[in-house]
Design a protein around this ligand. Structure first.
Ligand code: ZN
Length: 99
């Protein structure tokens, strides 16, 4: 008796590992990285307590002095800026930090 086998119901190997791999792409905390250069070093600006327009760009809306890390100002100029802002405050040209 001839019995022909037919491979009709062949089991397919399930491919459950499709698209494997670890999720790539590292994120840096604190948003996109932008290189900052000290404006006073780059533009050779002079820090003057009378130059309120310039000083205003280094304080928040509340009158708080922005950190050198936030603005990219180097330590040397940040110190001078700090003094200038405080001096300008005394002359009522800049607001004091508001809570
Ligand atoms: Zn500088």
């Amino acid at each position: 008796m001839a019995y022909t086998k037919k491979s009709s119901g062949q089991a397919r190997s399930r491919n459950s590992f499709e698209g494997q791999g670890r999720p790539r792409g590292r994120f840096k905390r604190g948003g996109p990285i932008r290189r900052k250069v000290c404006r006073f070093c780059a533009d050779k600006l002079e820090i003057d307590y009378k130059n309120v327009g310039l000083l205003r760009t280094f304080v928040t809306e509340n009158g708080k002095i922005l950190s050198g890390r936030a603005t990219g100002t180097c330590a040397k100029h940040q110190r001078a800026l700090d003094t200038a802002i405080k001096r300008a405050r005394m002359l009522a040209m800049l607001p004091f930090a508001v809570k």
